[in-house]
Design a protein around this ligand. Structure first.
Ligand SMILES: Nc1ncnc2c1ncn2[C@@H]1O[C@H](COP(=O)(O)OP(=O)(O)OP(=O)(O)O)[C@@H](O)[C@H]1O
Ligand SMILES: [Mg+2]
Length: 283
């Protein structure tokens, strides 16, 4: 896996702070997060539940208000972009969520779902149809998929449809928020391979959010680790997922399943001996 990075990163997030309002209080979900993603690069974002992974994805997509810091996309400051300017970014910046059922309109055929972002942006019907067929081919679904409805597909196939929809406008960056977490292991592996193939074929960049270090190990060039609203470690995949520096990442690594029973037993022993930074042994 080699990243085709240009000099200037495609995405440049600097010192990002996001606060959520909770009644009369505010909760700081991101406490000054910085990261970059190059063209054709996949950067993984791992961390426990509530660490702020989705919040970072939402801020990049313009779905969470930013308190301070900047988000630059291809050199442009998009931190507070709203309205038409934000909508025009949709061609370049797309998303794939965990639950493809919730994000696919059950009343529309797959053909309509995939053509809609194109026709809404002014593409003619014939050209849209041709692009839809091309995208179905990208995600390895047969062309007759266009006449069928989302409910007729398995979870893995539905996620392929969601990926095709994210691809139709030929984006430069896709925020993938736990895109394989709802799938069984075999389907998960096939969809990860698909993400890798699509990146090779199109040069698209990914921010790949997952709580599973094993998943990011397979797909990402670099990995950032989130812990309680901060990015505690960033580095090349191999180093972060096999020899992490931060104590939290080490615990995350110990918690991720391994196939080899001997290694697993070794890990279990070292997990029991390893203490968390603030006290009790990690469960
Ligand atoms: N709309 C919101 N209003 C208030 N608090 C929120 C909101 N969205 C998220 N939070 C809080 O912000 C923190 C970060 O949430 P976020 O969804 O980014 O975590 P995450 O790392 O994606 O977790 P998970 O792995 O469970 O998806 C959590 O404590 C969460 O409760
Ligand atoms: Mg999340």
């Amino acid at each position: 896996m080699t990243a085709k990075t240009n000099d200037a990163p495609l995405l440049d997030v600097a010192d990002l702070v996001v606060d959520y309002r909770r009644g009369r209080h505010t909760f700081r979900a991101l406490k000054g997060v910085s990261m970059t993603i190059g063209t054709g690069e996949c950067v993984g974002l791992v961390g426990e539940s509530g660490s702020g992974k989705s919040t970072l994805g939402k801020a990049i997509l313009g779905l969470a208000d930013v308190t301070s810091g900047t988000i630059r996309f291809d050199g442009q400051d998009i931190t507070h972009l709203k309205g038409a300017a934000r909508r025009s970014l949709a061609a370049d910046l797309q998303v794939v969520f965990q639950d493809p059922y919730g994000s696919l309109d059950p009343t529309m055929t797959v053909g309509q779902i995939l053509a809609e972002p194109l026709t809404a942006s002014g593409v003619g019907k014939a050209a849209a149809r041709a692009t839809v067929v091309e995208m179905l081919d990208h995600v390895r679904l047969p062309a007759d998929t266009v006449t069928r409805y989302p409910s007729e597909f398995s979870g893995g196939q539905r996620q392929r449809i969601a990926i095709a929809r994210a691809l139709v406008r030929r984006p430069r960056l896709i925020v993938c928020d736990e895109p394989v977490s709802a799938l069984d292991l075999t389907t998960q592996a096939a969809v990860i391979d698909l993400f890798i193939d699509i990146q090779r074929e199109t040069g698209v960049s990914y921010l790949f959010v997952s709580h599973d270090l094993g998943v990011v190990r397979r797909i990402c060039h670099r990995v950032s680790v989130m812990y309680q609203g901060e990015c505690v470690e960033t580095g090349p995949n191999e180093r972060v997922t096999r020899d992490p520096e931060h104590p939290y990442t080490r615990r995350l690594l110990l918690a991720s399943p391994v196939a080899d029973p001997a290694r697993q037993a070794e890990r279990r022993r070292s997990r029991l001996g390893l203490r968390s930074p603030s006290g009790p042994p990690v469960p």
